[in-house]
Write a protein of this length. Structure first.
Length: 331
């Protein structure tokens, strides 16, 4: 069943379908873009669970839409994230007055859709209907003001194909920070990929100044709330989404140091963020903790992508949309 969000009953609004495979990372990207389209264009967004819609391959090839939920309004724009959503996206691509947008690099020719949002590290050539993004979109909004309280957040991932994970190396860096800044409070958050032995060793560090939190103890908005209460954030580089979320907040962000594997697109993406001045390396930890460094640029790709969608005419250019463009900070 589709679920509407924020539709104003007294005026027309552009309708956006968000096609989801319910994977957290893909859903987070869709929600980030959908939120900004609601703010900038007054759009009404509807979630469509593609796992509940059967789309044979022939429908995707022939652009033949399947039977959809009768309660869904006609879409002006259909956005998809995740390969599991692509058949439905392609099946809908020739619906009258409907534009289609794919997030991330798809396996099908980009000429089949109206537009694409693709991370620059996916090594796709720029084009008139392609926006290359720095990292991946997310739901975090840059903070207007960073707290002055000495509180830091540590986001710990786990083994991945992109970096050589080592519990001892990460724990050593965590201990270094805590030992060198004894008057700070620390919140350490693990992820679903964090090894159990690592979680146990982190639990042993918990005390008056150190709180350890695991995924099952958090909620959907936990990270944004925690970032708003932090003066510094440190992230293991194995998760592009975690790095981008931290950087988007505007809180001074540093990366723990792990050996990178050659040829990884995620490694390339993280290195782009370092070169762009959005995050700092471990060697700059003193500057991060002091709240100063060359990494003073803010990342807000969901906002930039939403503005690009409007500039490309992928949503109706009515009065409400034009007025909406003047809301929100420029990137």
């Amino acid at each position: 069943m589709a679920r509407p969000e924020s539709r104003k009953q007294d005026e027309p609004a552009p309708v956006v379908w968000l096609l989801t495979d319910n994977k957290p990372g893909h859903r987070n990207q869709l929600k980030g873009l959908g939120n900004r389209l609601r703010v900038l264009a007054g759009a009404s967004t509807y979630w469509v669970d593609t796992l509940s819609v059967r789309v044979p391959l022939w429908r995707a090839l022939l652009a033949s839409p399947p039977r959809m939920d009768a309660h869904l309004p006609r879409p002006d724009l259909v956005i998809a994230a995740g390969s599991g959503t692509h058949r439905l996206l392609l099946a809908l691509r020739k619906r009258r007055r409907t534009r289609t947008l794919v997030m991330m690099k798809p396996a099908f020719p980009l000429g089949l859709v109206s537009g694409a949002l693709i991370p620059a590290h996916d090594r796709v050539q720029p084009g008139p209907r392609i926006l290359l993004t720095e990292g991946v979109l997310n739901t975090i909004t840059p903070l207007a003001r960073i707290t002055e309280k000495r509180e830091a957040l540590l986001l710990i991932g786990g083994p991945s194909p992109h970096f050589d994970w080592d519990d001892d190396v990460v724990l050593g860096q965590v201990a270094h920070l805590i030992g060198h800044y004894p008057d700070w409070r620390w919140t350490i958050s693990t992820s679903r990929r964090t090894p159990e032995p690592m979680k146990e060793r982190l639990n042993d560090m918990a005390g008056l100044r150190i709180t350890v939190v695991h995924p099952e103890q958090t909620h959907e908005d936990w990270l944004s709330h925690q970032l708003s209460a932090s003066r510094a954030v440190w992230v293991t580089p194995d998760s592009m989404s975690m790095v981008c979320e931290a950087a988007t907040s505007g809180v001074p962000t540093g990366l723990f140091e792990l050996p990178a594997r050659a040829g990884s697109r995620v490694v390339d993406g993280v290195e782009r963020l370092v070169r762009g001045g959005y995050v700092a390396q471990w060697t700059d930890h003193a500057s991060v903790m002091a709240g100063r460094a060359d990494h003073d640029r803010t990342l807000w790709e969901a906002n930039r992508a939403a503005r690009w969608v409007l500039e490309q005419g992928l949503l109706p250019q009515n009065t409400q949309t034009i007025q909406g463009k003047h809301k929100g900070a420029q990137t």
